[in-house]
Design a protein around this ligand. Sequence first.
Ligand code: SAH
Ligand code: SF4
Ligand code: F3S
Length: 447
Amino acid sequence: MTDTPSTTAPKKLFIKTYGCQMNVYDSERMAEALGAKGYVTTEVAEEADMVLLNTCHIREKAAEKVYSDLGRLRPLKAANPDLKIGVAGCVAQAEGEEILRRMPLVDLVVGPQSYHRLPEMVEAKGRVIDTDFPEEDKFDHLPERKALRGPTAFLTVQEGCDKFCAFCVVPYTRGAEVSRPASRLLAEARDLVSRGVREITLLGQNVNGYHGEGPSDLGGGTWGLGRLIRELAAIDGVERLRYTTSHPNDMDDDLIAAHAEVPQLMPYLHLPVQSGSDRILKAMNRKHTAEQYLRLIERIRAARPDILLTSDFIVAFPGETDADFEDTMNLIRAVGYGAAFSFKYSARPGTPAAEKPELPAEVADARLHTLQALILEQQRAAQAAMVGREVGVLYEKAGRLPGQMVGKSDHLHAVHVYDPTGKVGELVRVRIAASAPNSLGGERIRA
Ligand code: SAH
Ligand code: SF4
Ligand code: F3S
């Protein structure tokens, strides 16, 4: 007897991801969770049986985009009344009830801490919402990850934030800081490696605040991020490690030392400072001064002289004067960044800064423009400084030109290499020969 093929076609799932890398990780896990219910992912919203928007609440624009994108799904829902539409992520957490009220086409709303319940939610009759911060750990209830992977992967080690910067919604949307036990992370890393991964980026809203339970066979206790990185680096096959996003106040000595001592830890660090003005840093509740940040950078550079630093900046925070802004420009000049994200301040409901009067839009626009010009200059200089140097490159995909491979350098620059026999997943040595606006070009060095 032969097996009769199943007559039920798999259901198709389209996920759109907004916001930070943690959402990227969560989207993967949600796809896997729904995979257990017979869903396969599609890149085409029009052919989907379910559309899931994994949303971001960090700035007003990001949050409003969700409503306009939902509006754009109306014709799809009209054409296919069985289409399920779900909203996940931080807007779901912050505005779940409002989404249901404003958007009748939405069938389900699920917050970032309860998406392990998605498989039951999709089978529920009627509209459902779950924005709990449940007792159980969602990671214990998600299916095992099975598929083969590309050479890079994210691994969430910590979630939530207790820092309460005056402008930020994350402590409200993601809840309190929770670190996953190290034994789980070591197991997940071993599993990723067995499925082809060579580079792991550890994720957390406050990743260097990691303080997870150490496995009892490795002495127990509480591990900081430095210890976790050392133990991950000891796993055969973990060839590159990165972590993001860090808070300056959680860069402890052991983590800084790891940058000097762990070869797998890449010479790249995203360390947001937001502002260079002590007055504004205080109003932002960042709990450090510009000078303390600069001293910290010195210590990190002493540990790893070739480290490439990046940051986030907010311009036109309430009360920011021209002099405050100039302090930020001076801090940028003093550090010399490889790149940075910069944003105009956006008042977020429920945050303390939202109570204060905002600056005129023209002031914010002008400051953003000025700051971005300086960052771009520094980015170009940092890239130009790579020319002539030899770096590691992990191939992630074929390039657009015949025979070309594209990967990331140790310093996270995109690098194009002409290498007709190159394969995705190879970690090669490359001499950088040229710098283009957003990438580098180089030649593979064969031993
Ligand atoms: N945990 C990270 C940042 C998370 S949010 C950290 O502490 O640095 C990512 C970036 O968005 C922030 O670094 C900040 O620059 C920006 N951001 C957050 N809230 C914002 C707001 N209300 N307006 C404008 N930018 C904001
Ligand atoms: Fe937001 Fe500040 Fe927490 Fe970063 S440290 S997530 S900016 S509250
Ligand atoms: Fe956005 Fe939530 Fe990440 S608000 S930046 S998706 S933690």
